[in-house]
Design a protein around this ligand. Sequence first.
Ligand code: SF4
Length: 408
Amino acid sequence: DVIIDAGACGLEESTVIDLTEDVPQLVRHLHGVLKNWVQLQHEYECFFFVADFHALTTDYEESQNIEQYTFDTVVDWLAAGVNPGTATIFVQSRVPEHAELHLLLSMITPISWLERVPSFKDQQQKLSDRDLATYGFLGYPLLQAADILVYRAGWVPVGADQVAHVELTREVARRFNHIYGREPGFEDAAEAAVKKMSKKAARMYGNLRKEYLEKGDGEALERARALLAEQQNLSIGDRERLFGYLEGGGRIILPEPQSLLTKTAKMPGLDGEKMSKSYNNYISLREEPDSVEAKIRTMQTDPARVRRSDPGEPENCPVFALHEVYSTEEVRKWATQGCRSAGIGCVDCKKPLIDAINEEQLIYRQRAQQFEEEPDLVHAILAEGSEKARNLARETLDDVKEAIGISH
Ligand code: SF4
């Protein structure tokens, strides 16, 4: 199963980072995205990319530094433990098939589908200082759809606010398959493919298909899909055909991806609000120890703890929210009890937090420095990743163009 995810682009959405602003990357990115990637790369075939085309959709006038920020971003990924030997790391603009598929999908996508994507209006209001009445901005979610479909990805790790984008991708894929998946003699080809299965598997497939078509039983559909996935002696084309035949439709050229709702650590800012560059309440990924210490020392605590002798409530304290991310259960227990009984002061409570953050940052900064000192290595990783991604994307485009009838 292929997973695709972009970690840097033009919008400051839930966890992505902005490629066009010279601002430090935040620890929120490490806890919200990168730690997940490090885990996912062992469980799936992962493609992680810097979405530099997307950066232009909102900041087309600020394009001068995109290359440098792309480099910095990738150094951060590598320092966090994303492993180019396991996952494919690449840059979107180095795989022009993203743009080609975007163009082809734009031909079949109704404008109303794009206008109703929730973030379209939200972002237009939020970024009212920019001119977002552009063709590129409206097509932003469709470019995301192309990013996913060009690898025929099975899964997209998303936060709840991104589910609508994956849903749009599914609708676009369905529409494409519906329009272009029918080929002359499709039913005969599907029946011939069924015969390549063992008798038992063919019978099961037939029964499940019938059950689905007659009763709309989704479970039967899922079981039939699983059965097909196990059939080793079917070619990819046969399997796509039979996936499509299941639903009474045509060949599935672009499979519909699923959202993978990832559990992300909540990473509040220093004031308890969402950590953000614009609120200036952040710790950056490469923050120096002295600066981390100064920021934590001056953090607000539970407003009820006016004096050292006043008991407090960790739930009302942004310092404790950071303990939730960085501290062991033992330290959290110590802080909770000490806070509620006024047994410890806030200065005591902050000390182990400062140490834990600095310990994590130290390893991270050391690794980042190694990659910064070897820029050629980073460039080679991106060149190799982009080539690998491109090979896969080309295969999809070949099938897409053949289905449309422009493969020449
Ligand atoms: Fe917050 Fe810790 Fe102070 Fe309690 S003791 S108010 S949790 S900093």
